[in-house]
Design a protein around this ligand. Sequence first.
Ligand code: MG
Length: 386
Amino acid sequence: MRRVVVLGASGSIGQQALSLLAAYPDRFRLVGLSIHRQIDKILPWLSRLNPEWVAITDPESLHRASCSGLGFPLINKAELHERLETQPIDIVLNAIVGATGFWASWHTLRNPAPRLALANKETLVFGGQWLVNHRHRIIPVDSEHSALFQCLSGEQTSHVEKLILTASGGPFRGKKTNDLEQVAPEQALAHPVWRMGTRITIDSATLMNKALELIEAHWLFDIPPEQIEVWVHPQCIVHSLVLFRDGTLKAQLSLPDMRLPILYALSYPERLPFSEGRWQPFVSISNLAFEPVDEVTFPALRFAKEALRIGGAAPALLNAADEVAVDAFLRGQIPFLDIFRCLEWSLQQPEAHTHPDSPQTLEVIEQAFRLKVRKQFLETSHAGRK
Ligand code: MG
C-alpha cells in the first residue's frame, strides 16, 4: 500500500489523481491533500478517501473551513511544508499551479523517502538547478515528459541524440502574426484536444507551455537545450519521442488522457490495469501527422533556449513574466501578441542576468520582478496603444 499526498487537489490533475486513488483502494492510501481555496472541489472526496490531514494554503479559506468544522485535521502552508519534509510518505503528487509549487517540491525532496510525481511545471523552470541532484526521485506527470521518461527507461543519456517533444499546436496552429493581432481570450481558451486550467491553455496557444516543457526536459533528463526539438503533432497520440545515436526513434503512444501518465507516476515501475484508456489502433494511428513549429509566429521556444543559455534567474523570470502577461491578457488588459513582447522584454532586463545563490534569493528577485512587469511593461504597453 503506497502512502500518497496530493498537492493542488482542486485542479484538473489533482481531481483526476483523486479519482485514481479511489479506483485502486488496495494500492494507494491518501495520507493528505492540499488546496489553495476551492474547498467544494474536495468535499466529495474526503469521506471517500479519508485523509489524515487537509492543508489549505490560503489563510482566509483555512479560517473559514476551521469555523465550519470540516471534520478533518486542517493545517496551513507552513505545517504542510513541515509534514512533507518529515512524514513517512511514499509519493507526493505535486499538481500545484504556478511558481509557488516549487516550494512543495523543495520540501518533499528534503525528505529522503518520497518519490516526487511532478505535475507542477514551474518546479524545474524556477529552481531546476537546485533539484537536479534529486532527479532520480522525480517521476514526471506531464504527458510529454512521462513519454520521454518511458522512452528513456533502460537507456543511457549519453546515447541520446535528441529529445523530441510533441505539441498539439494549440488553437492557433497555422495562423500568422497578422491573424493573431485581434484574438480574444475566449478564442485562445478553446484548446482543440486537452481540457486544462486557464493559464496552461493560454500557454498552449502561445506555445509557451512547450517552451516551459523544454526547460523542464533539460533539467529532468540532463540533455542540453540544443538537443531538444519540438514537433507539432495535432492528434496528440504520440506524446514524445527520443532519437538515439544509432538512428533509432522510440516513441510513446496513448490516448490523450492525463489519467494515464498520472497512474504511471503513481504506480511506477509497475503498470496497473486501466480499462478506460483503450483505443482503436487503426482509427487512432492510421493518420498521424508531424510538422515543424512556426518559430517566427510563435517565438516562445526561442525564448526558452535563450533563458537556459543565460542561466541563473532567467528561466524563472521568463516564467514570471508569462504568468503576469497571461493574467493581463485574460483580463482584457493587453492584446495576445503583447505576451510575446513581454517575454522578449523580460530576458533583456538586468534581473534576468543575475545568478542567485539560493531559491530563497531567487524568490525575492522574482517577486520584485513581477511588480516590475506590471508597472513597466504592462503600463507602458497599455499607454503606448492609447
Ligand atoms: Mg504537456
